[in-house]
Write a protein that binds this ligand. Structure first.
Ligand code: FAD
Ligand code: NAG
Ligand code: NAG
Ligand code: NAG
Ligand code: NAG
Ligand code: NAG
Length: 491
C-alpha cells in the first residue's frame, strides 16, 4: 500500500518534470524553428549571448513587467510576423508581444516562452494629401513627434516621454489633445494586422467593421498589429512644462486643481497634477499644457502664483514639453497602476486624494515603497464625443458620461512585496470610489481604463456592454485561441 503510493508519487514527480522539460524544450525548439524560417530582415537572440539585443528586448519600464524568455525575436517584416505567429500556433508555444514595454501589468508583454519585440517596425510615413500618418508599432511617441515636427503636424498620442505607441493605441489613449479630438482610438483610420492564422490584412471601418471596432481598445486579442494609420492635426509651438510643489503649498494646489477642473472650458488647456509621496513627505509634480505659444490669461495663473520648488515652464516644441515630464525617474523600479473613473474633482475629492497619498505613502514605506503617486487627469465632459464610430474601449452610448481616469501608481523595491502593493492599490481605489459615490458621483459601474486597470480587474469593468460582441469577434478571428498563448486581458 505504502510502496504503491510512493511509486505513484514518484511517477507524478517524474511526469511533472518531464512535462516542464517538454514545455521548456518546446519554447527553445520554437526559437530554432523561427530562426530557420524567417528572412534576413529578422533576428533571434538568446539569453547568454554576449552581443545582441536580448536584454533590451525583454526590458520594461517597470521591472516587475520583465521576465526572462527562452529567446527574443525581432521581426523585420509583416511576412516574418506571419511566419512567427503560425509557428507559435503550431507548436502551442507561449509568447509575448512588446511595443514600448510600458505596461505596468506583469505578464502582459513578457513571457518565459518566445518574446517578440516589435522594435524594427519603426517607420513614420506622413501623407499630407490624406492628413494621415502610418507609424510602426515598435516606436515610442517621442519618435513620432520628432518625425512629424518638420511638417507642422501631430497626432493624438502620449503625454510623457518613453511610452510605446502600440499598447497605448490598442488600449485607448488619453492625450493632451483629447479635449479637441478624442482618444487616440478615435483618430485611427487603419490597422495593419497579422491575424492569428497568419493572414496579413489592412483593417479599416469599411473592410472589416467588427474587427476595426474590436482593435480600438481590444489590446492583443486579435493578432499582432504591425502599423497604425492615424489622422494628423496642425501643430505649432506649445506652452507649459513642469512645476513641483512641497507639502506647504498643497492646500492651495488642491483649490487650484478643483477650480481648473470645474471652470476651465478651453479645449487646448490640460493639466496633470500628480500627488506623490517621496522620502516621508507629500508633494505635487504638476504638468501644464497649452496647445499654442501662450495661454490666455487666467487659466494657469493660480498654479504659477503658488510658491513652488522647481519651475520648467516655457513656450517650446511639443516634444520638448513631453520630455519635460519626470516619468523616467522611476524606470526600473517594480511598479503597478490601478484606476478610478471619476466625474468630478470637487474640493472634497482633492482632500481625499491627498489623504490617500499621505496614508498609503507612510504605510507602504515600511514595505519598501519608493514612490506613491495619484495622477489627476481632468478632461472636458465632452471628451468621448469626438468618435465617428464606436470602439471596444471606452464602451459608450449616445450621450457618454465624461469619466475621468484617475491613475494610481505605486513603485517599490522588494519583489516579495508585489502582492501587498497590488492589494493596497485595490484598497485605495475602492476607498476613493466610495468617497466619490458618497458625494453623489454616479460612477459605481463606470468603465475602468484598459491601460491603467490592474491585471485582475474583471473584463466587465473595462469593456462593459461591449464584452459579448468582443467575444463573438474574437471567436471568428481566432477560433484556435492563438492569442491566448500571450498574456493580457483576454476575451
Ligand atoms: C510613464 C507612463 C506614462 C503613461 N502615460 C499615459 C497617457 O498619457 N495616456 C494613456 O492613455 N496611457 C498612458 N500610459 C499607459 C500606457 O498606455 C500603457 O502603459 C501602454 O501599455 C503602453 O504601451 P507600450 O507599447 O509601451 O506597452 P507594452 O508593454 O509594450 O504593451 C502593452 C500591451 O499591448 C500589447 N501589444 C504591444 N504591441 C502590440 C502589437 N504590435 N500588437 C498587438 N498587441 C501589442 C502587449 O502584448 C501588451 O498586452 C502611461 C504609462 C506609463 C508607464
Ligand atoms: C497548449 O498549451 C496549453 C498550456 O500552455 C495547454 O493548456 C493546451 O492544452 C495546449 N493545447 C494543445 C492543442 O496542445
Ligand atoms: C526616457 O526613457 C526612454 C526609454 O525607455 C527613452 O526613449 C526616452 O528618450 C527617455 N526620455 C528622456 C527625456 O530622457
Ligand atoms: C469656479 O469659478 C467660480 C467663479 O469664479 C467660483 O466661484 C468657483 O468656486 C469655482 N469652482 C471651484 C471648484 O473652484
Ligand atoms: C484617510 O485615508 C484612510 C485610508 O483610506 C481612511 O481610512 C481615512 O478615513 C481617511 N481619512 C480622511 C480624513 O479622509
Ligand atoms: C484567416 O482568417 C480569416 C478570417 O479572419 C480568413 O478570411 C482567411 O481566409 C484566413 N486565412 C488563412 C490563410 O487561412
Amino acid at each position: 500500500m505504502h510502496m504503491a503510493r510512493l511509486r505513484k508519487t514518484c511517477k507524478a514527480i517524474a511526469l511533472a518534470s518531464f512535462f516542464s522539460a517538454t514545455l521548456a524544450f518546446d519554447a527553445s525548439d520554437a526559437c530554432t524553428q523561427i530562426q530557420q524560417a524567417v528572412s534576413s530582415a529578422s533576428s533571434v537572440y538568446y539569453p547568454l549571448e554576449l552581443l545582441g539585443n536580448y536584454a533590451a528586448d525583454i526590458t520594461h519600464w517597470a521591472s516587475s513587467s520583465t521576465q526572462a524568455s527562452a529567446c527574443t525575436v525581432e521581426p523585420g517584416t509583416a511576412a516574418d510576423v506571419s511566419v512567427i505567429i503560425q509557428l507559435l500556433a503550431s507548436t502551442n508555444t507561449s509568447f509575448a508581444v512588446k511595443g514600448g514595454g510600458h505596461t505596468a501589468n506583469p505578464g502582459f508583454s513578457s513571457t518565459t516562452g518566445v518574446h517578440i519585440s516589435m522594435t524594427r517596425f519603426s517607420s513614420v510615413a506622413y501623407d499630407a494629401a490624406s492628413a494621415t500618418v502610418t507609424i510602426g508599432t515598435g516606436l515610442v511617441w517621442d519618435d513620432v513627434y520628432e518625425a512629424l515636427a518638420p511638417y507642422g503636424v501631430n497626432v493624438v498620442g502620449g503625454r510623457v516621454t518613453g511610452v510605446g505607441v502600440a499598447g497605448f493605441t490598442l488600449g485607448g489613449g488619453y492625450s493632451y489633445k483629447t479635449n479637441q479630438f478624442g482618444l487616440t482610438v478615435d483618430t485611427i483610420t487603419a490597422f495593419e494586422l497579422v491575424k492569428p492564422n497568419g493572414s496579413i490584412v489592412s483593417v479599416t471601418a469599411a473592410s472589416e467593421p467588427d474587427l476595426f471596432f474590436g482593435l480600438k481598445g481590444g489590446l492583443n486579442n486579435f493578432g499582432i498589429v504591425t502599423q497604425f494609420t492615424l489622422r494628423t492635426f496642425p501643430q505649432g509651438q506649445v506652452w507649459g512644462g513642469l512645476l513641483t510643489y512641497t507639502a506647504t503649498s498643497i492646500p492651495a494646489v488642491n483649490a487650484a486643481v478643483a477650480s481648473f477642473a470645474a471652470n476651465v472650458t478651453d479645449p487646448k488647456a490640460a493639466i496633470i497634477p500628480a500627488y506623490n509621496f517621496l522620502l516621508g513627505e507629500p508633494g505635487v509634480s504638476h504638468i501644464m499644457f497649452y496647445d499654442g505659444p501662450s495661454p490666455p490669461a487666467g487659466i494657469f495663473d493660480d498654479f504659477l502664483a503658488i510658491p513652488h520648488l522647481t519651475e520648467d515652464v516655457s513656450t517650446r516644441s511639443f516634444l520638448s514639453l513631453v520630455q519635460s515630464a519626470p516619468s523616467n525617474a522611476t524606470t526600473g523600479a517594480r511598479g503597478a497602476f490601478h484606476t478610478v473613473s471619476l466625474l468630478e474633482y470637487s474640493p472634497a475629492m482633492m482632500d481625499a486624494i491627498l489623504n490617500e497619498t499621505i496614508f498609503w505613502g507612510a504605510r507602504l514605506a515600511l514595505a519598501g515603497a519608493t514612490f506613491i503617486s495619484y495622477d489627476i487627469e481632468p478632461f472636458l465632459p465632452t471628451l468621448y464625443t469626438h468618435a465617428t464610430s464606436p470602439s471596444a474601449f471606452p464602451p459608450r452610448g449616445p450621450n457618454p458620461p465624461g469619466y475621468l481616469p484617475l491613475n494610481l501608481y505605486y513603485a517599490w523595491a522588494p519583489s516579495t512585496s508585489d502582492d501587498l502593493f497590488h492589494a493596497a492599490l485595490h484598497q485605495s481605489s475602492d476607498h476613493l470610489t466610495q468617497v466619490a459615490i458618497s458625494e453623489g458621483q454616479a460612477i459605481a459601474d463606470a468603465p475602468l481604463y484598459t491601460n491603467y486597470a490592474l491585471y485582475d480587474t474583471p473584463l466587465e469593468r473595462i469593456y462593459g456592454a461591449n464584452l459579448p460582441r468582443l467575444r463573438t469577434i474574437k471567436g471568428e478571428v481566432d477560433p484556435g485561441n492563438v492569442m491566448g498563448l500571450a498574456g493580457g486581458f483576454k476575451f
